[in-house]
Design a protein around this ligand. Structure first.
Ligand SMILES: Cc1ncc(COP(=O)(O)O)c(C=O)c1O
Length: 475
């Protein structure tokens, strides 16, 4: 095992250095990309930059500008870009053995054991891990098969606002209409019910009268959501065969970083148990430390039957998708779920080293502290910026919702994102109306980078709001 540098030492800089963007080389590459690459390319349309190098929470573009990265390759680079300790192991492995389908290797077996060690209580020590294809969508496809295979049912239940990926099964679960319009029919009997957002107006009245949870948390939106789920299973006129499973992001990511009320996940657990359905947590975005715990499920102490993982678990950004499920559901035989890319040895090593790094440097504590600081800066700002209507999140997962004249404002968030980019901080957005600023920096973002980054973001918000009337949007 090589040396593992402290969090402060794995970045290109502590502050951005911007000298006119997009610079000439970026402009050339962006133009050539428009000519040769697919029209489906999306990210550079909002953040026009061509990348050269990245370390920790910093990115250098091809013209030498340095940005602070507050979105980490959309939640992938949790221990930072090119973390030297992770890269060392990955490079060594690339030179030795990379692709083994599902033959055993030391890294494969060790990675499964380490995932078991950090798994949510109730899955730890009694679960199996399955590596299917390398993406999050692939992991979701595996979970659909797992649920169908174990229940003999075919219906699926997910939530409004959810995002589970883009392959046909995963796309059926994804709620965003823009992703699926024109591609139907997708999987039959997939239903979406409301996800409880505490920021929505609470429903009045006697909540316990309709909330099915044994231990009602007194949130009206939670009671309403659980009631809708329960009716899909238990109402004789629920409209469908009972679903095989419930898929839920413990904190909705793309849906706007929505943290559900206290009793929601336990309520789902109870409904799944009462109806012999599986409860599946999609931890693809919230997992591997993003929310300040290994998995978001840990915040509520609720154990899913299965959990999907991807994005950050390879440590270095090498793609790897996985599903962990209770061993009682390991009912398929050899070849029950297959694919050529059933795990990748350098990605296993990257994942193991990322776990080492997180443990050795108390990265989860660090992410909680720095994430709380970020939200506290937004709360201060909100005191005199009424367009900020909600600030939410856990660990290094933050959402800030904007409204203009009472309406969700996609244009304002897009303009803020552009202003942050011009000032050297890369941020992303989320939300059903695209009106949420989503921050998901590497967990190793330093305190200094957070301070500098938040100065820039807050100033960018003020400037953008001051000029908002003249703002043009890209669509
Ligand atoms: C919660 C969640 N599930 C599934 C996916 C799909 O993962 P992938 O894009 O790797 O297919 C994503 C991707 O953003 C996600 O955030």
């Amino acid at each position: 095992m090589g040396s593992s540098p402290p969090i402060e030492e794995i970045h290109l800089a502590q502050e951005p250095e911007i000298n006119g963007i997009p610079g000439p080389r970026s402009q050339e590459l962006l133009e050539t990309q428009r000519e040769v690459d697919s029209n489906a390319v999306a990210y550079p349309r909002r953040v026009p930059v061509a990348l050269e190098e990245a370390m920790g929470a910093t990115i250098r573009d091809v013209d030498g500008n340095i940005f602070l990265d507050f979105f980490a390759g959309i939640g992938v680079l949790n221990v930072g870009h090119s973390n030297p300790y992770v890269v060392e192991g990955v490079e060594e492995q690339v030179g030795k053995l990379t692709h083994t389908i599902d033959f055993p290797t030391e890294p494969r077996i060790e990675f499964i054991k380490r995932l078991n060690d950090i798994a949510p209580q109730g899955l730890s020590g009694n679960s199996k891990v399955l590596f299917g294809g390398p993406s999050g969508s692939d992991a979701i496809e595996g979970s659909i098969k797992l649920a169908k295979h174990n229940t003999g049912r075919h219906g699926l239940l997910a939530f409004e606002g959810s995002y589970h990926g883009t392959t046909a099964g995963a796309l059926s679960l994804t709620a965003g209409k823009a992703y699926k319009e024109g591609y139907g029919p997708l999987l039959a009997d997939t239903v979406h019910v409301p996800f409880p957002n505490p920021a929505e107006t609470e429903l009045g009245g006697d909540i316990e009268a309709f909330c099915p949870a044994a231990d009602c948390c007194q949130s009206g939106v939670c009671g309403r959501a659980l009631d809708a789920v329960q009716r899909k299973f238990e109402s004789p006129y629920g409209g469908h065969e009972n679903p095989a499973a419930i898929w839920v992001e413990p904190i909705q990511g793309e849906g706007g970083v929505v943290v559900p009320p206290e009793g929601f996940l336990q309520g789902l657990r109870d409904i799944a148990d009462d109806n012999d359905a599986l409860l599946i947590f999609d931890e693809i975005q919230t997992g591997f430390g993003r929310t300040g715990e290994w998995f978001a499920a840990d915040h509520w102490g609720v154990t899913p039957d299965a959990m999907t993982m991807a994005k950050g678990i390879g440590g270095s950004g090498l793609p790897i998708g996985a599903m962990m499920y209770h061993e009682k559901f390991d009912t398929w035989g050899p070849g029950g779920h297959v694919g050529t890319f059933r795990g990748n040895v350098p990605a296993f090593v990257g994942g193991i080293r990322a776990i080492d790094y997180i443990e050795e440097h108390n990265v989860l504590d660090h992410a909680r502290t720095v994430g709380s600081y970020i939200r506290s800066r937004f709360r201060e700002l909100a005191e005199d910026v009424p367009q900020i209507v909600d600030i939410r999140g856990k660990g290094q997962f933050t959402g800030v919702e904007f409204r203009v004249d009472g309406e969700p404002s996609k244009d304002l968030v897009e303009a803020i994102q552009r202003e942050c980019y011009h000032n050297g901080v890369l941020v992303w957005y989320a939300g059903r109306e695209k009106s949420v600023l989503r921050l998901l920096p590497p967990l190793v973002l330093t305190e200094r980078q957070a301070e500098v980054g938040m100065e820039i973001i807050c100033e960018s918000i003020r400037t953008t709001i001051a000029n908002h009337d003249g703002v043009e949007t890209s669509e």
